[in-house]
Design a protein around this ligand. Structure first.
Ligand code: HEC
Length: 150
């Protein structure tokens, strides 16, 4: 029975995995999923910082900790050559990424270095949270301005 369950599970997984068989499209989906997670955590932090949502220390800490965790992820593996917006319709990645790969990666590094400590730094209140949102948000914008289609 155990084997049958395993086989059933594996075939379910492979059906999901083959939703898009093209490895280039998969790379785009993967990185967009990553950025969606980032923004799903940045959004609530920004709302609290702006006063659109009440400051909640527990929630702020949780979202900031998620961003710290995501910053440990190496998203560069999902940027293979041949996946710019000019080559893959569903992408907003500018072709300049692959012409200035070092600069692009250094912008990702800026995000990675801004994240550590965020969960601790948001605890103090809205003012502290605002500083963290700025510190992180600057690195999103810093990369999007040059490398993401509007
Ligand atoms: C090193 C560059 C870089 C950094 C840093 C970066 N992004 Fe992006 N982001 C991109 C690129 C490139 C795309 C377009 C990806 C694509 O469509 O292929 C993108 C796409 C997105 C998207 C759209 C995802 C989708 O559904 O298509 C969101 C949302 C986003 N980024 C949020 C963020 C947030 C929030 C941060 C900071 C916490 C951030 N990004 C940091 C480069 C970056």
């Amino acid at each position: 029975v155990k084997t049958l369950i395993t086989i059933a599970l594996l075939s379910t997984l492979s059906i999901t995995a083959s939703a898009s068989d093209d490895p280039m499209k998969k790379a785009v989906e993967a990185r967009q999923g990553f950025f969606k997670l980032l923004s799903a955590n940045m959004g609530p932090l920004a709302a609290m910082a702006k006063g659109e949502a009440a400051f909640d220390s527990t929630k702020a800490t949780l979202h900031a900790a998620n961003i710290e965790a995501l910053a440990k992820y190496d998203v560069s593996i999902h940027f293979p050559e041949g996946t710019s917006a000019e080559e893959i319709d569903s992408s907003d990645a500018k072709p300049e990424i692959w012409l200035n790969l070092e600069d692009f990666l250094s912008k990702y590094e800026n995000f990675k270095t801004a994240a550590p400590g965020a969960a601790e730094d948001v605890k103090g209140g809205r003012g502290d949270l605002g500083k963290v949102v700025q510190r992180l948000g600057r690195t999103c914008k810093g990369c999007h301005d040059d490398y993401r289609n509007k």
